[in-house]
Design a protein around this ligand. Sequence first.
Ligand code: HMG
Ligand code: MG
Length: 300
Amino acid sequence: MRPDQIRIVEVGPRDGLQNEAQPLTPQERVALIEQLADAGLRDIEAGSFVSPRWVPQMAGSDEVLIALSERKDLRLPVLVPNKKGYELSRVAGAREIAVFGAASETFSQRNINCSIADSLARFGEVCALAKADGVVIRGYISCVLGCPYEGSVDIAQVARLAAQLAEMGCSEISLGDTIGVGTPDKARALTKACASEVGLDNLSVHFHDTYGQALANILACIEIGVTSVDAAVGGLGGCPYASGSAGNVATEDVVYLLEGLGINCSADLEQLVTITESLSHRLGHPPASRVARAQLAKRA
Ligand code: HMG
Ligand code: MG
C-alpha cells in the first residue's frame, strides 16, 4: 500500500512567508523559488492573489509569477479567493490556482470574510473561468481536524466539501490541518472518508506541526496510499487567522522521513538545509525544522 514515490508540494514561499513578520521582496521570493527548484522540487506554491491589506506579505505575487514565466518545468500554483484574484493571477500568467475554503464557519469568516456557502459560490465562479481557460485548480480545505474557534470538526462535513470542490473542477484537494491538532488515527480516518468521495489520487495532505504530530500523521496517510504531501522549507509558516498555529511540516523533515522509508521524492536534502540556513538568517529566527537544525549543527 505504501507508495514508492511521493510528490512534495512546496508551500514555503506562500504558506510559509505569509506569516513572517519580516516580509521578503518579490525578487527575494523569486530567488527562493529558483533555489527550491534547483533542489529538485517541481510543485512550488508561488504566492497569493488576495487583498494586500489582509496579507501584505504576499503583495507583489504578480511580479513573482511574471519573473518565473519561463519556468514551464515548474508547477507554480497561486492562491485565489475570488474572481478579482483570479483575473489578477491570469494577467500575471498563472497556469495553476488554488481556491481555499474551510471546514468551519468561523474560520471561513475570519480568513476570507464570508460563509462556507458563499465561499463555494465564489469558488464555483472562479473554477468555471479556470476550466474554460485550461487552468489547473487545486482546492484547499482548512481546519480539517480542528478549528481554532469552534474546536472539533465533523469528518463527514470535510468529505462533503471535498466532493463539492472536486465537482467544481479541483483536480487535487489539499486537506489542511491548519492548527496542527490532528493525530494519526484521525488523520487516516479523515483521509479515507475524503478518498471515498474524490479518490485517493486526488488528495494531498497538509499538516502543521503545532503539536509535533505532523510526521506521524503523514506516515499514517502514506501507509494508506496518499502520494502527495504539502510541506514548507524550514517548517516556515502558520496562519494569520489561526493564532498559536505553528508552521507547516518542514520539507527537510519530510524528505528525511521518506529517504528513511526508501520512498523517492526527488528533492535534495543537503540543498534544502542550505536554503533553510540562509532563510533563517534573513528572517531572523532559527529554523523550526529538526532535520535542518541537526544537520546545521553537524556542519558547524
Ligand atoms: P473583503 O474585504 O470581504 O473583500 O475581503 P471585498 O470584496 O469587500 O473587497 C474589499 C477590498 O479588497 C476592495 O478594495 C477589493 O477590490 C479588494 P477597495 O475597493 O476597498 O480598495 N479585493 C482584492 N484585492 C486584491 N486581490 C483580491 C481582492 N478581492 C477583493 N483577490 C478577501 C475578502 C477574500 C479579499 C480577503 O478576506 C482576503 O484577501 N483574505 C485572504 C486571506 C488569506 O490569504 N489567508 C491566508 C491563506 S489561507 C491559509 O493559510 C490556509 C491554507 O494554507 C491551508 C492550511 O494551512 O490549512 C490554505
Ligand atoms: Mg498551511
